[in-house]
Structures are given as C-alpha cells and as structure tokens.
Design a protein around this ligand. Structure first.
Ligand code: CP
Length: 319
C-alpha cells in the first residue's frame, strides 16, 4: 500500500506484516540497536493541525530511528493563521521534497484529500472524529504482545464512541484480525446505527461470502466485564460534546468509569487499555490506570515500534 488513511486500507495479511515488522523493530531496540539506516535520504513531514503529545512525538522518534530527515509543521505559528489552505500547505511541503506526510487534522477526511495533492505517502495521525489507524495498530500490537493473539479475543471499547476516531479504527482493524468487539457506553454516545456502520456486517467479503458480524453493543458495562479479555477505555471528549447529551461527570463515572471494584470483575488475564490522554477520575480511576493490568505506558512505547513499521513498509515499498 502507498498510504495509510484508514484501518480499512489494511487487509489481515498487511496488518499482520506491520505487527510482525513492529516486533522486529522492538527486538532491535531491545538489543540496543537504536538507529537503522533504512530511510536515510528520505524526508518525513509531521503536519499537525491539532494538538498531540504521543502521536507527534512517536512519529518523530520513529522517523529519526529510521534515519529519515524530519520536518515538524504545526499549524500554530504557521501561515495557516494567514488563511493558507491545506492544499497550498501540502504543495509547499511537496516542493520541499516530502516523501511521506503524517497528518493530524480536525476535519474528517483531510488525509484522503491530501493524498490526492501530494506524490508521497500520506499517513493519517487522526482526522476529526473519523480515524486514527496507527493508534489501532499500536493497540493491536500491545494486545498481541500481552495476550499472544488477536483472533478470538473479546474486546470491550468503552465510553465516548460517538466522537472517537480510536474506536472506529480499532473496530475496523480488530475485526479484520478476528477479534470480537463490544462497544459499551451511554445510548447518547453510542447510537446503534454507529455500531451497524462500523461493523462489516453482512456485506460480502472479497471472497463473496458474507462476513461474520463481529461487533456488538451494550449499554451496561458491568454485564460485559466478566467475559472480556481487553477493556479499552476511551477519553470523554468534552471539547466535541456540544451536539451530544452528556450526563454529569459524576453520573458518567458511576455508570461507565472503570474503578477498582469493576476491574476485579475482569478475568485474571484481562488487560486495561487507554489511548491517552486520560481524564483520571472520570473514565478511569487513577488506581486502575496505574495498576499492573494497565498497558497505558506500554502502548506509548509500542507506538514508536508500530510507527517505525508503518514508515518502513510504506517508504520501503514492502507493504
Ligand atoms: N492517543 C493519542 O492520539 O494521543 P495524542 O493526542 O497525545 O497524540
């Protein structure tokens, strides 16, 4: 593949190749091989129109560990404030020789538009409420490294599904890799049509047979915990909440927050994930976030390996 705009760009074989390559990158780092010459002479541009800590830093670290030249562009402080369009910004980056553009943008679909304007590869680092495919890859990598597989896992994605690009990309990727995903949250933040739209449902697969529907919905967190291998808590996105009814923070936390008594309902082997940034005390209790079941810090570390794998395969031409 040339671009990674959506988790739907990845079939099971390509996704597995990325996870396997990420594992090789992590193994090399573990053997103190801090830098690879693979992308020497290539230029990666990080084009961020929205704030980010983890994604931005880990793409920069990933590109540098592969010896690429890295240009960091932030909309704040650029000619975007003078009204320059995404297209003109993209053409400017193109003229500077960008081989790959990693874009975060508040508008859903911005990476798809960008891919039609530049010659290089485009990687979606989060577009509006739409998708965040490298987050899903690092999450899948974390599940596989902790639990040994993805196929057959029961994954509960809990909270503000309505505004979550992380949820969308995870549903697409995890179901492609054979997991069953249950979306859990209040009805106002997880309308049933979202689950139907996210699920492959009964659409014919490439082989012509209907795919198994691997996505379900529950409005009752307590009832799903005992049968869950992975519980992925989502950030409540108060900044995108203007159109949605949201219960009070206390009420939300009481019904959908993962606290210690709820964590104890999980099977012994189950892990707790969160993409960050967290609202500690709202969707996740601090004791849970910092517990041995939590993979939150591990997810950040795995993000560098997963993004190295994506850049390596897109620019090395092997995916
Ligand atoms: N998980 C995630 O995308 O975090 P940032 O917004 O800090 O990049």
């Amino acid at each position: 593949i040339k671009h990674l705009r959506s988790a739907a760009d990845l079939d099971a074989g390509t996704a597995t190749l990325i996870l396997d390559t990420a594992a090789e990158m992590a193994a090399l780092a573990g053997r103190e091989v801090k830098k690879l010459p693979t992308l020497r002479g290539r230029t990666v541009v990080n084009l961020f129109y929205e704030d980010s800590t983890r994604t931005r830093i880990s793409f920069e670290a990933a590109a540098k560990r592969l010896s690429a030249d890295v240009i960091n562009f932030s909309a704040k402080g650029s000619s975007v404030s003078k009204g320059e369009s995404l297209k003109d910004t993209a053409l400017t980056l193109q003229a500077m020789g960008a081989d790959a553009v990693v874009i975060r943008h508040p508008a859903s679909g911005a990476p798809h538009r960008l891919a039609s304007w530049v010659d290089g590869s485009v990687v979606n680092a989060g577009d509006g409420t739409h998708e965040h495919p490298t987050q899903a890859l690092l999450d899948a990598y974390t599940m596989r490294s902790r639990l040994g597989r993805i196929d057959g896992l029961n994954v509960a994605i809990v909270g503000d599904v309505l505004h979550s690009r992380v949820a969308r990309s995870n549903v697409l990727l995890l179901t492609t890799l054979g997991a069953k995903v249950t979306l859990v949250g209040p009805p106002t933040l997880i309308p049933v049509d979202i689950a139907a739209a996210l699920s492959p449902g009964t659409e014919p697969s490439r082989g012509g047979k209907p795919k198994e529907n691997r996505t379900g919905v529950s409005y009752d967190l307590d009832s799903v915990l005992a049968g869950t291998d992975v519980v992925m808590m989502l950030r409540v996105q108060t900044e995108r909440m203007q159109d949605s009814y949201f219960p009070s923070a206390r009420e939300y936390s009481r019904r959908y927050g993962l606290d210690v008594p709820r964590m104890r309902k999980l099977p012994e082997h189950a892990i707790v994930m969160h993409p960050g940034p967290m609202n500690r005390g709202m969707e996740i209790a601090p004791e849970v976030a910092d517990s041995s079941r939590s993979t939150i810090v591990e997810q950040v570390a795995n993000g560098v390996s997963a993004r190295m794998a994506v850049l390596y395969l897109l620019l090395g031409g092997k995916a």
